[in-house]
Ligand binder design. Structure first.
Ligand code: DX5
Ligand code: ZN
Length: 220
């Protein structure tokens, strides 16, 4: 089985040293940098905005995988695109017109992702999958790092894998929440190819990041 890409969530980084933390995970072998944006409305937590994404941009040339947990989302797409996001992922529940939001992300020249909450069925993708570059299966309820993996989401990963394969297009299948070396293996077996990991990447501090990322890739 191919090694997955690892996209560390900087939600678990030391926010007082965010630039250094991004450089450290970049050097430790992170494939992408996962940025969790929360608004205290769509999810019960508040994190960072486009100015922070912009400030972090010079610290890594890797793909900025920006996960927007905000509602409304449309008014902020331009700011996140301009700040240097490469992939912009939204939740279909964040607004009434997910298809239009996807078009708007693509019109800004960015890759578009759709994120499915644990209770949201794979079927939600039926009329979006042809348009998108990434599907993000949430394996925790969004809002906080450090939660436990919800096993029922493995079935959803399998279902989404089938849907993606049917399109014949290259669409990333990413999993986010409670990913550690054990659950990572289950996600990969179910068909995931990108793993988001906050706690499992940042635990132990900078000297552990390379080993933590290798363990998630199954080569630790
Ligand atoms: C949750 C976020 C996740 C989270 C993952 O709302 O989208 O990216 O930070 O954290 P861990 O890996 O600690 O579950
Ligand atoms: Zn996330």
């Amino acid at each position: 089985m191919a090694a997955p890409l690892v996209s560390p969530s900087i939600l678990s980084a030391d926010f007082a040293r965010l630039g250094e933390e991004v450089r450290a995970i970049d050097e430790a072998g992170a494939d992408w940098i996962h940025v969790d944006v929360m608004d205290g409305h769509f999810v019960p937590n508040i994190t960072i905005g486009p100015d922070v994404v912009k400030a972090l941009r010079p610290h890594s040339a890797k793909t900025f995988d920006v996960h927007l947990m905000i509602s409304p989302v449309d008014p902020y797409l331009e700011a996140f695109a301009g700040a240097g996001s490469d992939i912009i992922t939204i939740h279909p529940e964040a607004g009434p017109h997910a298809h239009r939001t996807v078009q708007a992300i693509k019109a800004l020249g960015k890759q578009a992702g759709i994120s499915l909450n644990p209770a949201t069925p794979a079927k939600m993708l039926d009329y979006l999958i042809e348009e998108i570059d990434l599907v993000l299966v949430m394996s925790v309820n969004p809002g906080f790092g450090g939660q436990s993996f919800i096993s029922s989401q493995l079935r959803k990963i399998e279902a989404v894998r089938k849907m993606i394969d049917k399109t014949g297009r290259d669409i990333w299948l990413e999993v986010d929440g409670g990913v550690n070396p054990e659950t990572a293996r289950l996600c990969i077996e179910a068909g995931a190819d990108v793993l988001v990991a906050g706690s499992a990447t940042f635990k132990g501090g900078p000297e552990c990041y390379a080993a933590n990322i290798a363990a998630l890739k199954g080569s630790g």
